[in-house]
Structure formats: C-alpha cells, structure tokens
Write a protein that binds this ligand. Sequence first.
Ligand code: SF4
Ligand code: SF4
Length: 107
Amino acid sequence: MTHVVSEPCIRCRYTDCIDDCPVDCFHLGPSFVAIDPATCIDCGLCVAACPVGAIFHADLLPVSQKDFLELNAHFARLWPRASQREPKLPDADQWRDVTDKRRWIAD
Ligand code: SF4
Ligand code: SF4
C-alpha cells in the first residue's frame, strides 16, 4: 500500500511533509506534491506534518478523493524527487480552504 496526497494540497504545497519522509518519496510539482507508491513505506510520519490534512493512507482516502491514488502515481513519474522542504507558495494561505481544485493540479 501507500500514502496519498489529496486535493487540499493543490495550490498550497507547504512541503512540511517532505522533511519528515525517511525515504524521500515525495515528488515536487508546481503547485502539488505527489507520493511515489513504489517508494512509500507507509510509516505515516507525513500525515501529521501536513498543515491542511491532505495526506491519507490509501485505505482511508475519502470517497471523493479516490482518484488521487492514481494521480499520485502518475505525477510521481513526471516530477523530480524532493528531499527537503521548499518555501510555501506565495498565495498558499488564500487557497487552503478552497475546495474543487483539481483543475490546477499541474499548473
Ligand atoms: S504538507 Fe500537505 S500541503 Fe504541504 S506539500 Fe505536503 S501534502 Fe501538500
Ligand atoms: S507514509 Fe512515510 S514513507 Fe510514505 S510518504 Fe509519508 S513519510 Fe514518506
């Protein structure tokens, strides 16, 4: 199994989770991070690190977020691996309570 980053991360991308991952399985996109399911060891350390509650074990993903299992695998193949946190996006705080953000996942 794997952990999965879901919709609240989009356009927030605080990256607190990256520092806590012992196996560097996060991949950094322009406004979202994706977990590589082939690397994740399901330690769960990133779950509490995320300030917007975006990370779930795959078995615990809300029904509305099930598509993020495949989206994480897809974008982890495209984006570079990240091993340390980055500055948050300049307007991250304005986006943290916005829902329905899928259209911006790769912007
Ligand atoms: S801590 Fe949460 S919001 Fe920040 S990059 Fe990780 S999953 Fe996205
Ligand atoms: S569950 Fe552990 S191994 Fe998987 S992404 Fe989170 S911190 Fe990394």
